[in-house]
Design a protein around this ligand. Sequence first.
Ligand code: OOG
Ligand code: MG
Length: 263
Amino acid sequence: MSEVTDSDIAAMADRLVAARKSATPTYKLTDDFPALDLAAAYRVNAELRRRAEAEGARVIGLKMGFTSPAKMKQMGMDRPIRGFLVDGGVIPDNDVLSMDGLIAPKVEPEIAFVLKTELAGPGCHAGAVLAATDFVLPALEIIDSRYENYNFDLPSVVADNTSAASFVLGSCSASPTDIDLATLGVVLEVNGEVKALGAGAAVLGDPCESVAALANMLAEEGETIPAGAVVLTGGITAAPQLRAGDNVVAKFQHLGTVSLRIV
Ligand code: OOG
Ligand code: MG
């Protein structure tokens, strides 16, 4: 049996919820709970999801993090992690996001998948992902760690739902069988200045591999990616910090642009 008890899990979830709701950062959970390993961190993550759903949130998708060398290097992490996305996190394209209620947001350009059929592991592969995908969309993810200065380790960031806050989906869709997602280029601009650029191959060689990896990770818990889910495959580039007044535009080859203004 794990050293981490159910009451520890609840206490950790309490701390993360309080940090998010008060927009006041906390310190990483492993400082107080050194026994928190990845398995226990996913229990905290599941508890946050259970609480969100109990408060009426709808889980509309899932996300992968640390799938590109740029993100792994920026945050000092060495492997992909997963989290969940709720309806309240959706920001329309070209809309505004208020800094009120956020701690220290950053933005990441990502490729999103929308599934038409359920996807299950183990043994999920890129071909199964292509067969299950309805379309892909360009996306911006807004992350906002509940830890001061993004000072976390892998279990702590998993417990914190992989820093998930909000996301924007563009409206220009494509079938992943019609375009080459590996060579698809993306340019991230903040206030008209190019902050980062990359291509889909930064994400595990091809963003399809990120979706397959997600299905395979979920299979370990006996879970699947449901039909209709949106999947954020992970930041292609490092994530710049955002400030009030920033204008963010991500330009995607074949998929148009996605924009957001911070106020
Ligand atoms: C964790 C979130 C990682 C991504 O796309 O790599 C993530 C963080 O960097 O705080 O969403
Ligand atoms: Mg992300």
